[in-house]
Design a protein around this ligand. Structure first.
Ligand code: RB5
Length: 145
């Protein structure tokens, strides 16, 4: 069964989201596109909470969000217990977000990356495993466990 990956964006992330959804399909995933559906002005928390709810409750192991800077989406998503939403603007940051921080939501700053950069960041984040070890302890401490 293909992995379902919920994806959400506001108007600033809409165009890049369309490309990422197509890329997820091409790679054999099942993207769940939660909107927005156009470039008309919207409120980013509405999409952040939809994606983060699914990760928080285990309906999806991971998700993808996009807004202009990536910041608003990450603030809203990180309010959800168990969610680790990482803003990644280079593939290297995406790799570290997985290896060291076990990021389960990728947040793309759509106004600060090109389409090609966005696709590469997505592919890196999808395929990089969590390193565990000393990082396991640190990740647990985020939730004060
Ligand atoms: C929308 O103009 C912009 O504020 C939003 O996409 C995001 O960057 C917020 O953090």
């Amino acid at each position: 069964m293909p992995e379902v990956i919920p994806v959400g964006a506001d108007h600033a992330g809409f165009e890049l989201k369309q490309r990422l959804v197509a890329e997820l399909e091409r790679l054999g995933y099942r993207p769940l596109d939660l909107g927005t559906d156009s470039g008309a002005s919207t409120d980013y928390p509405d999409y952040a909470h939809q994606v983060a709810d699914r990760v928080e409750h285990g309906d999806a192991a991971r998700g993808v969000l996009l807004c202009g800077s990536g910041l608003g989406m990450s603030y809203a998503a990180n309010r959800h217990p168990g969610v680790r939403a990482a803003v990644a603007w280079t593939p290297e940051i995406a790799r570290l977000a997985r290896e060291h921080n076990d990021a389960n939501i990728l947040v793309l700053p759509a106004r600060f990356v090109t389409e090609q950069q966005g696709l590469e960041i997505l592919r890196t984040w999808l395929t990089t495993p969590f390193e565990g070890g000393r990082h396991e302890r640190r990740v647990r401490k985020i939730d004060r466990e």
